[in-house]
Design a protein around this ligand. Structure first.
Ligand SMILES: Nc1ncnc2c1ncn2[C@@H]1O[C@H](COP(=O)(O)OP(=O)(O)O)[C@@H](O)[C@H]1O
Ligand SMILES: [Mg+2]
Length: 257
């Protein structure tokens, strides 16, 4: 059974792309087969894995809107067991083009279906909005992972996000479940960060990952080398935290079955 996890938060800069790259790579290093799908026109997950977007002929835009078979857009991502369907700037137009498209919320689900079953995990990195690309991800997914930055206003927008998830459940995807809420850029030495962690735990009882991702310079440096942190500096706290998260996520497979 493939677990398709949409990484969603309509706020930018909370660690979605960092989580897509590093959770994806960590699951792959633990021996799971993983497909990353970048559906953010900014393409941070693609460039974070060293993909030169200028030279690409095929991307997720072509798969969503021009009839390119998903399998033809898959690239190796520099780690054994890890593949990616990248995003280029072409995707910037998709949000608008989808508005008038037939079955506009279910396209990603339909085009991925023949490919997804080849992988144990499909991770979808979403743009910072609750537009049609994110709705496509939530419809294609079996699970949602919500990164939350340990900062002021961390919970802002989360009630809107959870109500969108609930509407998708009711209308299109009844089995959509929460993988968990991930606290990112956590600095346990500060009172603020521990307060935010307490608030998130109170808001999502029993649904917050035990692993927090620390604020760690290696996680922000690695993308400029086109590598996940585990290949750049596996001993770093950031790389170790994402490996711990991957173990926690993979352990959830038992619970799902
Ligand atoms: N745990 C972390 N420690 C340090 N920097 C981080 C961490 N997580 C993300 N960053 C940095 O913060 C910025 C925003 O992260 P990103 O993953 O791109 O967020 P999003 O995809 O939600 O917009 C990036 O520059 C990234 O390198
Ligand atoms: Mg991003």
């Amino acid at each position: 059974m493939t677990r398709t996890i949409a990484i969603v938060n309509q706020k930018g800069g909370v660690g979605k792309s960092t989580t897509a790259v590093n959770l994806g790579a960590s699951l792959a290093l633990l021996g799971h087969s993983v497909l990353l799908i970048d559906i953010d026109p900014q393409g941070n997950t693609s460039s974070g894995l060293g993909i030169d977007k200028r030279g690409l002929e095929r991307d997720i835009y072509g798969v969503l809107l021009s009839g390119v078979p998903a399998a033809d857009a898959v690239l190796p991502a520099g780690v054994a067991n890890l593949d990616i369907i990248p995003a280029t700037m072409a995707l910037a137009g998709a949000e608008i083009e989808l508005v008038s498209a037939l079955s506009r919320e279910t396209r990603l689900k339909t085009v991925l279906a023949p490919l997804a079953s080849r992988y144990e995990f499909v991770l979808i990195d979403c743009p910072p909005s609750l537009g049609l690309l994110t709705l496509n991800a939530l419809t294609a997914a079996s699970e949602v992972l919500i990164p939350v930055q340990a900062e002021y206003y961390a919970l802002e927008g989360l009630s809107q996000l959870t109500s969108v998830v609930q509407r998708i459940r009711e209308a299109l995807n009844p089995n959509l479940r929460l993988t968990g809420v991930l606290v990112t850029m956590f600095d346990g030495r500060t009172k603020l960060a521990t307060e935010v962690l307490d608030e998130v735990n109170a808001y999502f009882p029993d649904q917050v990952f035990r692993t927090q991702i620390p604020r760690n310079i290696r996680l922000s440096e690695a993308p400029s080398f086109g590598k996940p942190a585990a290949l750049f500096d596996v001993k770093s706290r950031g790389a170790q935290a994402y490996l711990a998260l991957a173990r926690e996520v993979a352990a959830g497979t038992e619970a799902v079955r």
